[in-house]
Design a protein around this ligand. Structure first.
Ligand code: DX5
Ligand code: ZN
Length: 215
């Protein structure tokens, strides 16, 4: 069964505890937490104080997606704030192998994300070291954008690379996920679906979660 990670970026920040409790009581599996620095992406989201506050109430793992340059500087801080899974961008790391090892050394699961224009083949030599690969299905920076169709073939190719290397990482898709594309994404090889606007923009977010979890 695939996992669902609602993106807190689309939550109501003035009612964060209410939205956290909604996810706690739902069939969602993880909290997806988007950190943006205004440099790697053109938007700024939130940082350590908000993640610490989330951690106090969240009863499910925090899946932290760093859209920041030079993430090595903050690995220990994200661990202290409560991250369970820490994902960095391939495009933001000069020494990706070292970064991945540093994340694992802190006792977190290590993920690597690639932008829509980045081919999955660049992950061949790191795939066996990863706990997670995050395929961006929109250009990172904002919630509520439309899904890029090319994602399906990237997923299928990534599955081949995972098999060839006897790797065991999970494959996550992030951006524009909804009830229309979720079944095909899982069929193409996704293990984890992130959904922001589709969940928090729904009149019944719990039902929206179920609609992309059970089909
Ligand atoms: C985009 C973020 C996503 C975003 C997804 O830069 O990484 O996690 O919150 O939001 P939706 O599901 O609305 O595209
Ligand atoms: Zn994300």
């Amino acid at each position: 069964m695939h996992l669902i990670a609602p993106s807190v970026l689309s939550a109501d920040f003035a009612n964060l505890q209410r939205d956290i409790e909604m996810i706690n009581l739902s069939n969602a599996d993880w909290f997806h937490v988007d950190v943006m620095d205004g440099v790697f992406v053109p938007n700024i989201s939130f940082g350590m104080p908000v993640i610490k506050a989330l951690k106090k109430h969240a009863m499910k793992p925090l899946d932290v997606h760093l859209m920041i340059v030079d993430p090595d500087r903050y690995i220990k801080d994200f661990k202290a704030a409560g991250a369970d899974i820490l994902t960095v961008h391939y495009e933001a790391c000069t020494h990706l192998h070292r970064t991945v090892q540093a994340i694992k050394a802190e006792g977190m699961k290590a993920g690597v994300s690639i932008n829509p224009h980045t081919p999955v083949s660049v992950l061949e030599d790191i795939i066996a070291d990863l706990d997670l690969v995050l395929i961006m299905s929109v250009n990172p920076g904002f919630g509520g954008q439309s899904f890029i169709e090319r994602t399906y073939s990237k997923l299928r190719y990534l599955r081949e690379i995972i098999a060839e290397n006897n790797a065991s990482c999970l494959v996550e898709v992030d951006g524009g996920v909804n009830d229309l594309n979720a079944p095909e994404l899982v069929k193409a090889g996704a293990d984890v679906l992130v959904a922001g606007n589709y969940v928090f923009g729904a009149s019944d977010p719990v039902a929206a979660i179920d609609s992309i979890k059970y089909f």
